[in-house]
Design a protein around this ligand. Structure first.
Ligand code: HEM
Length: 406
């Protein structure tokens, strides 16, 4: 059986509504935001636990632990929401690989959801109990949550990685010719890849701390001593974090299949160089540098990682004759136009309004009165939402009338 023919046959016969490369670009782009919040959440969770156990030493630790617990709480919801977009795009152009991988580890795919729910509940218990003078044993909930979040990352990794190994699927599905439909195993884990991606959570919380101190510089209730504590800690965590993450990255570089050419590919080495450069830059961090600069550079690194993951996928699937550009296209211009109009209009304006509002209001102590510009943005956001809902219904009703009565 030729697995390449199987994969191409498993594609959605309805095809895709626009050029496949468009979905590929959107998949890579949207994944950056998912993984950014994965890193921020895991990093903030780890730091809040560490700070929780150190709070007797210095009140700054207690304060930081409570703040990072909140960051991780919000981070989980954002990483979940932001995981949906790349998930949909993966399912559009890599549907044979993604579904095969999910079915081969079906029990783990379902367990992913339940463990995530349990982990989030445990984190909420920690969040409610982590206040001044909190009891030591509540730290246990945080450890359980962090452990389960890491397990969820492992499941995500295995599902992504198994999708790249189609010539193994039959062996996993029918070992020694006997069908095994339980989906009870995670069949393939590439530890260096998993550890590298997860390890970036350490520098992520470091660069976040530097930005955090900058953000609160205008608020009197975040005293200079606390902010200096956060910046110094952030620099240390970020620079050491980048250095440590180079170890699994190098191991990953040499774990690519021989003959794939990936170990020599320039993007992989550019990633290594970027991580090292960031380690040095954050360590030397000049005073004049803007507090958000390391965070922005970190996002650049994640964009490179996202591109690298895709280069690996394309390279590993090519020998099987799987190429997304040969996906059947049934162009549907109205829905493509509606998608981009929604992305720019609703995403840009409504999302932009929320982000601006959160950013501005968080920098004010006490009650925040929106500036005229923010108020106007709010009215425009409500207007565009109304327009979007109207277009959505008019378009649907028009298609229904056309198909049923004309
Ligand atoms: C605590 C929860 C989660 C963690 C720690 C996590 C972590 C990860 C990691 C480490 C990867 C990269 C795997 C690799 O390339 O080897 C990944 C990929 C991905 N994650 Fe998550 N994730 C979580 C939750 C979610 C959720 C809830 C969704 C969807 C709603 C999601 C959607 C995705 C998608 C679509 C990919 C890319 C798959 C691919 O390219 O084949 N993740 N995630």
């Amino acid at each position: 059986m030729d697995i390449g023919i199987v994969m191409n046959t498993m594609r959605d016969p309805a095809g895709v509504p626009a050029h496949p490369v468009l979905f590929q670009a959107l998949m890579v782009f949207t994944w950056v935001f998912h993984i950014a919040f994965v890193h921020l959440t895991l990093g903030a969770a780890g730091l809040s636990i560490y700070a929780f156990h150190k709070r007797a030493e210095n009140p700054n630790w207690e304060r930081l632990s409570i703040a990072m617990t909140k960051v991780a709480k919000v981070g989980v919801s954002l990483l979940i929401v932001l995981g949906v977009a790349p998930l949909l795009f993966t399912q559009v152009i890599y549907d044979p690989q993604w579904y095969a991988s999910n079915v081969l580890s079906g029990r783990w795919t379902i367990a992913f959801i339940f463990t995530l729910i349990v982990a989030y509940c445990a984190w909420f218990v920690f969040y409610y109990a982590n206040h001044e003078g909190a009891k030591r044993h509540i730290g246990l909930y945080a450890w359980v949550a962090l452990g389960l979040f890491c397990l969820d990352g492992l499941i995500m990794h295995a599902l992504s990685y198994q999708a790249l190994l189609p010539d193994e699927w039959m062996r996993w599905y029918a070992p020694d010719g006997m069908l095994d439909t339980r989906g009870a195993a995670l069949h393939a884990i590439q530890w260096p890849r998993y550890l590298f991606i997860m390890s970036l959570s350490v520098p992520a919380v470091g660069v976040y701390l530097i930005a955090y101190a900058h953000y609160f510089a205008v608020r009197e209730d975040r005293e200079p001593a606390y902010r200096s504590f956060a910046v110094a800690l952030g620099r240390q965590i970020a620079s050491w974090g980048f250095v440590l993450s180079v170890i699994p990255l190098l191991a990953w570089q040499f774990a690519h299949p021989i003959g794939s050419g990936l170990s020599r590919h320039p993007i992989g080495w550019l990633l290594v160089a970027t991580v090292l450069a960031l380690a040095v830059w954050v360590r030397r961090f000049p005073q004049r540098t803007h507090g958000y600069a390391p965070l922005s550079a970190g996002l650049g690194l994640l964009a490179l990682l996202a591109v690298w993951r895709e280069v690996i996928r394309v390279q590993l699937l090519r020998p099987f004759g799987y190429d997304i550009t040969s996906y059947t296209v049934h162009a549907d211009w109205p829905s493509t136009a509606l998608f981009f109009a929604t992305l720019l209009g609703v995403g840009g304006l409504v999302g932009g309004f929320y982000l601006t509002l959160l950013y501005r209001s968080g920098r004010v102590q006490g009650i925040y009165n929106a500036e005229p510009g923010v108020a106007r943005l709010g009215s425009a956001a409500v207007g565009i939402l109304g327009l979007w809902i109207a277009v959505f219904f008019i378009y649907g009703i028009w298609i229904w009338v056309r198909n049923s009565f004309l």
